[in-house]
Design a protein around this ligand. Sequence first.
Ligand SMILES: Cc1cc2nc3c(=O)[nH]c(=O)nc-3n(C[C@H](O)[C@H](O)[C@H](O)COP(=O)(O)OP(=O)(O)OC[C@H]3O[C@@H](n4cnc5c(N)ncnc54)[C@H](O)[C@@H]3O)c2cc1C
Length: 318
Amino acid sequence: MQNYLHTIIEEASLDASEYQWKAPLRDHTWFKIGGFADLFIQTDSILKIQTILHRAKQYAIPIFFLGDGSNIVISDDGIAGIVIDTKTLQKSSPISIISSSEHECQIIASAGVLIEELVLFCIEQQLEGLLHFFGLPGTLGGALYMNARCYEGEIASHFIEATIIENNEIKKHSYIPDEWSYKLSPFQKTHPLIVNAILQVRRSQHPRDTLLTQALSYKQDREQKGHFRYPCAGSTFKNNRAFGMPSGQLIDQCGLKGMQYGGAAISDFHANIIINHSNASASDIYHLVQKIQAEVYQKTSFQLEPEILFIGRGYTQV
Ligand SMILES: Cc1cc2nc3c(=O)[nH]c(=O)nc-3n(C[C@H](O)[C@H](O)[C@H](O)COP(=O)(O)OP(=O)(O)OC[C@H]3O[C@@H](n4cnc5c(N)ncnc54)[C@H](O)[C@@H]3O)c2cc1C
């Protein structure tokens, strides 16, 4: 594989500043866990990325698209092949307004833009609709891939169209309601690179200060709930309302709050959040997830489905 990786670097004409061998990934994740990427690429050139994707496919080199690393656990043994940092893509033109009417507005943003930057842009332009996402960790690409949701709103409600790279082609993928549901997006089936996306928002009658205060209230709510107290990846398991209660409540009622495995623990402030409380490994997180699933199943016959993604060597994705 190493020879192929060298060839890809040459063929894509990557500058020395655009790639790194054996790059440590833990600081690119919110869990602060994970091994190395064989080859880590940070470029803003879509043309170079296209070449990389094309050649990687030809040489059967695995590729992982990294957002802000807020919903993933990276294997202690790292990720084989190439990791592309989407936060550097199209950095020169991150967000702009593409159409505007009296009440509505469409914005286009690079997939690597952080959700917080996106909301701040909206506030600056006196646009509303996305304020409740302020405080949600991650990039726009990650939010679309995961169909992130909070405060009863999901990103799919604003999604119009994305530019993606799939099978070496740059394509448009428009919103089709049937393709989206709770924590599911069409991108989870086909794994394209999301390059940018168009979102629908509303013109606001409120002054910027009011919009900022509203946005900050959502982040403050998260702070009060303890979201940022320890390295974590938010909710560990999806909620299945069919069961009649959120997963956190289910785990709590099974008496599992505070359960530990190595350096990983169920937080004492939210039973659906696993924290890295003392140098946890990916393996600690994995084993704790399995322990929780087994205990909950034994007590309730209900199978919890993880929301966090295990990525890299030893796991199913890449
Ligand atoms: C403290 C905390 C609170 C959280 N609260 C919430 C919450 O309220 N609601 C919620 O839904 N989630 C929540 N999360 C989870 C997380 O914030 C979201 O899932 C977020 O949208 C992930 O974005 P990311 O950029 O970090 O993606 P990553 O974690 O980097 O990646 C997640 C997946 O998206 C894919 N991906 C990322 N970017 C691209 C791209 N450009 N093209 C193709 N694929 C891509 C990756 O390959 C990976 O499979 C929380 C996490 C934390 C740490």
